[in-house]
Structure formats: structure tokens, C-alpha cells
Ligand binder design. Sequence first.
Ligand code: TYM
Length: 328
Amino acid sequence: MKRVFSGVQPTGNLHIGNYLGALKQFVELQDEAECFYCVVDQHAITLPQDPKELREHNLDIAALYMAVGIDPSKSSIFIQSEVQAHAALSWVLTCSSYTGELSRMTQFKDKAKGKESAPTGLFTYPLLMAADILLYDADIVPVGNDQKQHIELTRDLAIRINNRFDKKVFVVPEGRFMREGTRVMALDEPTKKMSKSAENPHSRISLLDEDSKIKKSIMKATTDSEAIVRYDIENKPGISNLMDIYGAFSGKTHEEIEKMYDGHGYGDFKKDLVEVAIDGIRPIREKFNEIRKSQELLSALDQGRERAQTIADKTLKRVYETFGLGRK
Ligand code: TYM
């Protein structure tokens, strides 16, 4: 059976980009593979977090995992900082990496932009992510397209270390990216990706948004003046993004959507998109509200931690032996 690993940062409520880009795949994969889904709180502290809020967010994300359909009896759900081996392996990988390759990471370049000195954690963040993945001998990593470069680095590190010791220290993982080949873009600025941290709340649709907020955000979404529902990422990024969202929630192709709205303006299309999105999100929100208060959530996290720890400790032991750390 193949092994799957993925993670989400507890830096706020998840939006439909996280859902359509990653979480939907998490759910699909759990019937064909052994899955580990992590709340990566050590990644979150690369930027300052309110400690009380961070702990709440850890539980929020775990509850959202369950609300979208991850079943803790099939998949392991756990919190990164509760398994010590992540930080430990990350150091070993740090010592097998180069500053040049880390400086090329576009996410680091974006976040550090214009600053003379950036937080070191932002710079070494991809090594912690590589440790997450390699610790579990993961074959498949379902993520959004924005993580492609980090997956490439993880593969490079695994291959480099395997070659150095001339044995299979690590499984070389593969990324599994969102089907549409795109990422979900911000509703107000469709050339930027939808993000948890953008200032304008109408730039995103959160999985916990009320129906009225979903409606408002979609109706306000930036389009263009042509008023023809046609897929064209280059020239019509706004409507193309909305068509991607429509397609991802309804299963309809771009061609089908274009046909449905032939001769209609953006108003009709947006009104229907509101319905499609609300139908997709409402059940998640309702389930979240149930699970977040339940004992079931805490039991799932205990069980997940135990399963994760067993595998992670074994990998770390193998790596320490390979590098000659500690003693027999
Ligand atoms: P994070 O927390 O930013 O996002 C979680 C997942 O959602 C995807 N995503 C998107 N997909 C489509 N459109 C968007 N606008 C969008 N925004 C986010 C992300 O690609 C991701 O799959 N570095 C990771 C977390 C991580 C991780 C890992 C992932 C840490 N260790 C190991 C996989 C394996 C991150 O910051 O994701």
C-alpha cells in the first residue's frame, strides 16, 4: 500500500483554495493509501503567532480535516510539534542542503521581498517541510501547485542523500497536484493566489464563512468588462478563476460551463456560483461545529500522534545510524 503525507498550516481558517487544491485530494486518497495528515504548527511560527490563538487553530484545522471527510479510523491526523522527530530530521536535512537552493525558493523570495534581513525560519522552512515528508517514507504528497518547488527540493534532498550513502535512506516522494492545473486565485485580485493572510476578507471564501458572506464575496469578485463567460486565464483571469471554482464544486468542465452561460451575463453566472459554493461549503461548516466541541477530536489526535510517532522514530533511528549520530 502506498503512503501519503500532507500538511496544512494552522494560521487561520482554511479557504476554498486549501480545500480544492489539497483537502479534497486528501479525502479521495484515504481509500487507496495509508494517509498521514498533519497540522504543521512548527511551520506556522516562522512568523509570530499569538500563542493562545495558535493552539485554538491547531484544533480548528484538525476539526476541519474531519469535517471535509477525513476519517480518523482510516487516516492519521496529528499535530506536528507533538512528534519530536520532525525538528530533529530537519536539522540533518539542513546540513545536506545549500543556501543557494534555498534562496531560489519563490515563496521565500515573495515573503522576504524588499527586506534586508528576513526571519531565518522563513528561509529554512522548506527543510522542515522535506523532513515532514521524508520521515514517513511518503510516496505521494497531495498539495496545491504553489508547493511544487518545495516538493522538488524534497526529492533532490532524498536523491542526494541516497546517492551519498549509496543506499535507499529515503523514499523519493511524488507530488500530486490539483487536477485543473491551476491554483485558486484571490477574488479581488485574480493574479494573486487566494491566501489565508490577505487583508481583504472578500479576497477569499473560508470554509467556515456564513452563506451571506459567501454570497457577498462572490458578487463582489473582480471580473472584466467583456461580460462573456469564457475561459481565458491570460486575458480574463477573474472569470476564469470563478469558472475553476464552479467546476471544482460541481464537476462541470469549462466547456460545459461556457455552453450553460452562452448569451448570459456575469450576473446569472455569479448567482449560480453562489448556490454551487454554498451547497459545497455549508455541510463542511455544520460538521465542523459538531466535531470541534467533541471528545472524538481529541481521541483522533491522540491516536494519530501515536501512529505517526512509531513510524517517525523508526526513520529517525535509520537516519542517525546512516549519518553516524549517537552510538550503538
Ligand atoms: P498551506 O498551509 O499554505 O496550504 C495548505 C494546502 O493548500 C494549498 N493551497 C492552495 N491550493 C490552491 N489554491 C490556493 N490559493 C492555495 N493556497 C494554499 C497548498 O498548496 C497546500 O497544499 N508548506 C505547506 C504546508 C506543509 C506541507 C508539508 C504540505 C508543511 N509540510 C508537507 C505537504 C507536505 C503550506 O504552507 O501549506
